[in-house]
Design a protein around this ligand. Structure first.
Ligand SMILES: [Zn+2]
Ligand SMILES: [Zn+2]
Length: 221
């Protein structure tokens, strides 16, 4: 079970824009004061090496505030421990709702498949496509109907298929991920599992969404 720590930005933090307070009662989720740990802003693909001060402040987040200009007084910040005492994900104003939970569960299933089946699906589902925030953002933007063939899981399977669709990153997988910023609007599309497999079927020639749409059109005519 992942642990979420919620903190609210107050007036002083908002003005200074370089640190956040951790509620005293959540202190024990972090290493001892002054020990370094990592905060990951996956939305912007940025990492910050920070520490917790005795006053329960995490300083060193200037660029985080800079890249999230929407942060104001009262903004909720969510911190998720991903590796205890070592690294944490940070989200702005983002309390996981039902869609987030569903997507995380789907991804957990996909991840566990990767372990049992070996290479195949690991190649299919690349880093960005497995990132729950990006996947959620892609679904919020593009919906849950396959952009290649029009398939909709809920229409076919009812309640069981609700909110399910796969995210496909339209640029070939890059292994050098650290600096790259993914725009879920432009870089990700949503496709059904069949179309997704067809897109990635030939590793040497990953189809574009348009390629696949063309193929489908040709057959239908
Ligand atoms: Zn499809
Ligand atoms: Zn893909």
């Amino acid at each position: 079970m992942t642990m979420h720590i919620t903190t609210t930005i107050n007036g002083i933090q908002n003005k200074d824009r370089s640190y956040i307070y951790i509620p005293k009662e959540d202190h024990h989720y972090f290493p001892e004061p002054n020990e370094k740990f990592k905060i990951i802003d996956s939305k912007n693909n940025k990492e910050y090496i920070v520490h917790l001060e005795n006053s329960y402040r995490i300083p060193g987040l200037k660029s985080f505030f800079k890249s999230h200009t929407e942060i104001g007084k009262g903004t909720k910040i969510l911190i998720e421990a991903i590796e205890q005492f070592k690294s944490y994900n940070i989200y702005v104003d983002h309390i996981p709702d039902e869609l987030d939970q569903t997507i995380r569960q789907d991804l957990e299933v996909i991840e566990s498949e990767n372990f049992t089946e070996g290479g195949m699906s690991l190649r299919l589902v690349n880093y960005f496509e497995r990132n729950p925030e990006l996947r959620t953002a892609a679904i919020r933007i593009h919906g849950t109907t396959c952009l290649a063939c029009g398939f909709n899981f809920e229409s076919k399977y009812g309640e069981h298929g609700k909110d399910f669709i796969e995210a496909h990153h339209i640029n070939p997988v890059s292994r050098n991920l650290e600096e790259k910023i993914v725009d879920p609007n432009k870089d990700l599309v949503v496709v059904c599992s069949n179309c997704h497999r067809m897109i990635h079927r030939n590793r040497m020639k990953i189809l574009s969404l348009e390629d696949l749409q063309e193929l489908i059109k040709k057959i239908e005519n």
